[in-house]
Design a protein around this ligand. Structure first.
Ligand code: NAP
Length: 319
């Protein structure tokens, strides 16, 4: 017999953690499956725009606080990776996961409701050398790897909030940071652009340039970029390449179960309802206008309360 819960929350980023806090406080028998501790935000060096987080708190610290709050609210946390979710003819969900223990154990959790809070993962550029030099100078996480580039020159690829924010972090450690962006306008907010430009010479900009190759000899030695205006190629010698080319939703396990949009996001509105009754989607993983910690937390809260309503109705109609 699988272990039974009111709600299984898949994902332990801000959306999943907020769902855990609200589900626990609502008295729901809830469990969260945690694959990556804290989600993507845990690798952010400083969270500056979450209301109340005025003390320059790191993403890791903020998510650890949320985690402790979810546990003390009564939500259980299991380390593992959900690999399959199905809804049985009796209306109950079964979530299969590989539990992360010393050995990976396959486990099945039964629940009345499921909250998908699986978040996103960094998008790869897909250029030659990216895979070859991953871990040998190519990184997707400045907070994790900046240490290795003390006094060295690095390139940051992308023009979004992540690229600019992490470039500023790298500028504290590296000798020179060059931001390579494919347009001359940034996707990042004005505040991020201004804060990055205010750093001065330590951060250079190479705009209207597309990275076409990451080259090296055993380790990264540079990036070759193409100027979109002239069509010419430019070599940018560097020791490290930090890629922030956007995010990809982690929704493969939900393909065929709920409706996804053409980019792979779960189609769900503000009420977090998906196309499948009893299943809810919270945070970056759903179709939404804004992907921030504040919106993920709000979604987590809404999804837990919506799941609670669904569970009450389900129990009533099955008793
Ligand atoms: P993003 O906003 O999607 O930006 C990705 C950047 O990579 C864009 O500038 C894009 O260029 C560029 N790019 C994509 N594919 C590329 C390719 N093949 N070659 C070269 N460049 C490529 O991603 P993000 O910065 O990771 O942010 C994701 C979400 O998190 C956003 O909603 C963002 O607001 C949020 N976020 C917020 C904060 C904050 O509030 N402080 C911090 C980090 C992230 P184009 O602009 O030309 O498309």
């Amino acid at each position: 017999m699988p272990d039974s819960y009111d709600v299984v929350i898949i994902g332990a980023g801000p959306a999943g953690l907020a769902a855990g806090i609200y589900a626990g406080r609502a008295g729901l028998n809830s469990i969260m499956i945690e694959k990556d501790k804290g989600g993507l935000i845990a690798s952010t060096f400083a969270v500056e725009n979450y209301p109340g987080a005025t003390e320059n708190i790191s993403g890791a610290m903020l998510s650890e606080r949320m985690r402790q709050q979810a546990l003390s609210s009564g939500c259980q946390i299991m380390l593992g990776e959900a690999t399959f979710v199905e809804k049985k003819p009796n209306g109950l969900f079964e979530t299969t996961l590989l539990e992360t223990t010393l050995a990976s154990n396959k486990k099945v959790l039964q629940s009345i409701s499921v909250i998908a809070a699986t978040g996103t993962t960094p998008r790869m550029l897909g250029v030659p050398g990216e895979l070859k030099y991953r871990g040998k100078g190519v990184s997707y996480c400045a907070t994790c790897d900046a240490f290795f580039f003390r006094g060295k020159e690095v390139v940051v690829i992308g023009g979004g909030d992540s690229a600019l924010q992490e470039a500023r972090y790298l500028a504290k450690i590296a000798s020179k940071v060059t931001i390579v962006h494919r347009r001359d306008e940034f996707r990042a907010t004005k505040a991020e652009v201004n804060a990055t430009r205010a750093i001065g010479d330590k951060i250079g900009f190479l705009l209207n340039c597309i990275p076409v190759e990451i080259y090296g000899a055993g380790i990264v030695q540079g990036v070759k970029v193409q100027d979109t205006q002239s069509g010419g190629f430019v070599d940018v010698p560097c020791d490290g390449v930090f890629i922030y080319a956007g995010l990809v939703p982690q929704n493969n396990i939900f393909t065929g179960l709920v409706d996804l949009d053409s980019n792979g996001y779960i189609i769900a509105g503000e009420n977090t309802h998906t196309s499948l009754e009893g299943m809810f989607a919270a945070g970056d993983t759903r179709t939404t206008l804004l992907r921030q910690v504040v919106t993920a937390c709000a979604d987590g809260a809404v999804s837990a309360l919506q799941a609670g309503d669904y569970i009450s109705k389900f129990v009533k109609s099955n008793s």
